[in-house]
Design a protein around this ligand. Structure first.
Ligand code: BTN
Length: 282
């Protein structure tokens, strides 16, 4: 489907009374960069930008995000929630949860959330990444003025991919087929997936504006968070912590209990799930 017909089809699926203002382009540098620019120019919340392809896709921690054209859902959403800057990551969690709900409803695949907000599928041989979320904030006078949350979801992957990729990542088309785990078993409708995610997010984004709502978002995170209970290695800017992930705090931070009993509260960083091996973990 061409970008313009995908845009029309998504609008039609969302319905005329939808609060989302959607653009779907064939190519851009980064949907996050483009929406941040629009936000700085005063664009109202609810803008949604989808691209079939990005030439300079941005990932977390300054990494690049690469995806072949039309194989993924690459989308950014502009929100202006009533959040303190320190709680801005709740916007990313709300998007990740809504995307996970849509994967479950449309494709029957129930992704877990790997803290802080990766969508993953747990396999006996290890955790595979299905999607990632990057949120970028604009502050004005110390207050959060806008939040752009971008998500890259691996949707329809080709059958032949290098093992270096399939050992760490997966796509909905791999997971949803009758023989989940085999490549190319199912074609997923990106329009329906996006509309499902935006429908869920329309409700969840409202929760960000109240204390009770934010508690609900965190409860949903805890119930989907596959990091809890796992042996993990947390790579922080100035240290590495290894231990068991035991809790998500009311701020959304991860608590890791190391073997000597010390509890580390982690606000941001990279967390790796360690797999049990007969001689310990790796
Ligand atoms: C991660 O590193 O896990 C987060 C990846 C986020 C990628 C998405 S794709 C749509 C949006 N635009 C970008 O440039 N990045 C995000």
């Amino acid at each position: 489907m061409e970008a313009s017909s995908s845009e029309a089809a998504t609008r039609e699926t969302l319905g005329a009374d939808s609060a989302w203002h959607l653009s779907w382009v064939a190519e851009t540098g980064s949907t996050n960069a483009e929406l941040l620019e629009a936000a700085r120019g005063g664009a109202p919340p609810g803008q949604v930008l989808v691209a079939d392809h990005q030439t300079a896709g941005r990932g977390r921690l300054g990494r690049r995000w690469e995806a072949p054209p039309r194989a993924s859902l690459l989308v950014s959403i502009l929100l202006r929630p009533a959040l303190q800057p320190a709680s801005a990551h709740l916007g990313a969690i709300a998007v990740a949860l809504s995307a996970a709900d849509a994967c479950e409803e449309l494709a029957g695949v129930r992704p877990g959330l790997k803290w802080p907000n990766d969508l993953v599928v747990e396999r006996p041989e290890g955790t595979r990444k299905l999607g990632g979320v990057l949120s970028e904030s604009i502050l004005e006078g110390g207050e959060l003025s806008a939040l752009v949350v971008g998500i890259g979801l691996n949707v329809n992957w080709p059958e032949e991919l290098p093992p270096e990729l399939t050992e760490i990542a997966t796509a909905l088309s791999y997971e949803a087929g009758p023989a989940a785990g085999r490549a190319g078993t199912s074609q997923i409708d990106r329009v329906a997936l996006l509309a499902g995610m935006l429908d869920r997010l329309a409700e969840r984004a409202l929760l960000l504006d109240t204390a009770g709502g934010r508690r609900e978002v965190l409860e949903d995170l805890r119930s989907r968070c596959v990091t809890l209970g796992q042996q993990v290695r947390a790579e922080l800017p100035d240290a590495t912590v290894t231990g068991q992930a035991v809790a998500v705090t009311d701020e959304g931070h991860l608590v890791v209990a190391s073997d000597d009993g010390t509890r580390h509260e982690i606000a941001a960083g990279d967390v790796i799930h360690l797999r049990p091996t007969p001689g310990g973990v790796r």
